[in-house]
Design a protein around this ligand. Structure first.
Ligand code: NAP
Length: 484
């Protein structure tokens, strides 16, 4: 009999899992989604200018060719449209339980007992054989801890909770943060606001995004010429793997990446004082490289100031730095996400009664980023050490879903399975060794690592290796879960 599967999250990962189950003829699954719509990060991040810096034809499922991409790099509405198209085409929407937030899950020796809120606000518990958690790494906004934030009398919000009712035309706006989200939203905000104050704590390395709309002929060719879209996708993937990955691993292209970024800065920012403010002093790639061609020009506008003085507090009428008060009526916190607190605030308890939070007290870890010892029949999508700084996360998700599908027959035939502690330990040793080669370790703070400096988010190898490792039969790394 097919196992019952609970999928938590209806973003790229959860939908991919559901589609693969459908295609395998397994209909005994339910998708829990806390919001009232699908799309995950692409539903939440609707700020002006939101989009992806991975090309459209790669930032999509390998099994779902799409004729509607209008441009080389997709914007947020297009990606959401793509996900809706997939959910409808593969008929998985009917399985999504919207406004149902999973609060806790506990393994009872045989099944996962999952407690979730329902649309009525009450809590309900249901048992499933398998639990696939796909809630992303960047789903919980991080608001900074700056004194006085609650005293602000204007309007403030996080970039991932954009206030679309608040018209920025003619406003005095502060944007705090200059990461990828800020880089995308600053250009459209600068066009509308009367004055924009950009508060930068650390500059980022920025390289151009060669975006363009597809002409009608290109669109037709990509859709109808046999093999063309696949070849184009493969080319983008190989190119990123061959050029960007080595730059993050102190390889042959490290110098080139720096040269490219500095060249971009010189081309777009003529003022040497502003250029100096925008020049990072840490190795490129240590923080996520920003890929954007509109960011620097926006910072050179007459109505935009880049402020690098330390913020001391939020005052009722503005942002106060060591150099004085900048009066504003709107503050946008483009301050990132609680990225290292994997799976929180869900309370997940394994077969031994220990919670995942306790197990991960020193930083999250999972075998292949997917499985955790003592947590039988639980699988993670976009789990610890599976984020990329150089290629498409959708590729990684498909590898993970493939691995889970390969595990299903065994747990169905034999009972709950879990990853062996030895396999987990060996995995961690290999990760640690590989991490030594990467640029993320020293020299910068980033959302890739814990406060103690452990890189818990990124995959430190080529994605081809990850595909090979997740593509192997699960075999000896797993064992039958010991009875309680
Ligand atoms: P982020 O990269 O974590 O950037 C947060 C920004 O807020 C940083 O500039 C940070 O400064 C600043 N900040 C945080 N706390 C602060 C404080 N207390 N005072 C002053 N500044 C503070 O977050 P994000 O821009 O939302 O991007 C997160 C990730 O989402 C990206 O790295 C990327 O992977 C993904 N993303 C992707 C795309 C895409 O095109 N694919 C687009 C948007 C986002 P410090 O650097 O000094 O910490």
């Amino acid at each position: 009999m097919a196992p019952s599967v609970a999928i938590i999250g209806a973003g790229f990962g959860g939908l991919c899992m559901a589609i693969r189950l459908e295609r395998a003829g397994i209909r005994s699954y339910t998708i829990f989604e806390k919001a009232d719509d699908l799309g995950g990060t692409w539903r939440d991040n609707s700020y002006p200018g939101a989009g992806c810096d991975i090309p459209s034809h790669l930032y999509s499922y390998s099994f779902e060719k799409y004729a509607s991409w209008t441009r080389r790099y997709p914007d947020q509405p297009e990606i959401l449209g793509y996900l809706e198209h997939c959910a409808d085409k593969y008929d998985v929407r009917r399985k999504i339980r919207f406004r149902s937030e999973v609060r806790s899950a506990a393994f009872d020796g045989r099944q996962w007992r999952i407690t979730a809120t329902g649309p009525d606000g009450g809590e309900h518990t249901e048992a499933f054989d398998v639990m696939v958690v796909s809630i992303g790494q960047l789903n919980r906004p991080h608001l900074p801890d700056i004194p006085g934030m609650s005293d602000f009398t204007g309007v403030s919000f996080h970039s991932a909770r954009w206030n679309h009712d608040h018209d920025l035309t003619g406003r005095q706006v502060a944007v705090i943060g200059t990461g990828s989200s800020a880089a995308q939203l600053i250009p459209p905000v600068a066009e509308r606001a009367e004055r924009l104050h950009v508060f930068q704590r650390t500059p980022n390395w920025v390289i151009p995004k060669p975006d363009a709309t597809f002409g009608p002929l290109t669109k037709l060719a990509l859709h109808y010429v046999p093999g063309l879209q696949r070849a184009y996708r493969e080319w983008i993937y190989r190119y990123a793997e061959a050029t960007l990955y080595p730059a993050l691993a102190h390889g042959w292209s490290t110098g080139l990446l720096k040269k490219r970024a500095l060249g971009h800065l010189y081309d777009q920012v003529p003022d040497p004082a502003l250029r100096a403010k925008l020049t990072p002093d840490y190795p490129p790639g240590c923080k996520r490289v920003v890929i954007d061609s509109r960011f620097y020009p926006a910072l050179t506008r007459d109505n935009v100031d880049v402020i690098t003085d330390k913020i001391v507090r939020i005052a009722p009428r503005g942002v106060e730095t060591t150099e004085g008060l900048r009066e504003v009526d709107t503050i946008v916190y483009a301050t990132g996400f609680k990225s290292t607190e994997f799976l929180t605030p869900m309370e997940i308890t394994g077969r031994s009664g220990r919670s995942l939070r306790e197990r991960w007290a020193n930083g999250a870890e999972a075998y292949l980023g997917i499985s955790v010892p003592e947590f039988p029949n639980m699988f993670l999508l976009y789990g610890p050490n599976t984020n990329l700084g150089h290629n498409s996360i959708i590729f990684m998700l498909e590898c993970q879903v493939g691995h889970i599908m390969a595990c299903l027959p065994r747990l169905t035939e034999q009972g709950p399975i879990e990853v062996r502690p030895e396999a987990m330990a060996a995995w961690t040793r290999q990760l640690d060794a590989a991490m030594e080669r990467m640029v993320w370790g020293g020299g910068c703070q980033s959302w890739y690592k814990t406060a103690e400096g452990r890189v818990t988010n990124n995959w430190p190898g080529p994605t081809t290796l990850y595909r090979r490792l997740t593509g192997k039969a699960p075999g000896g790394a797993y064992r039958l879960s010991p009875a309680r």
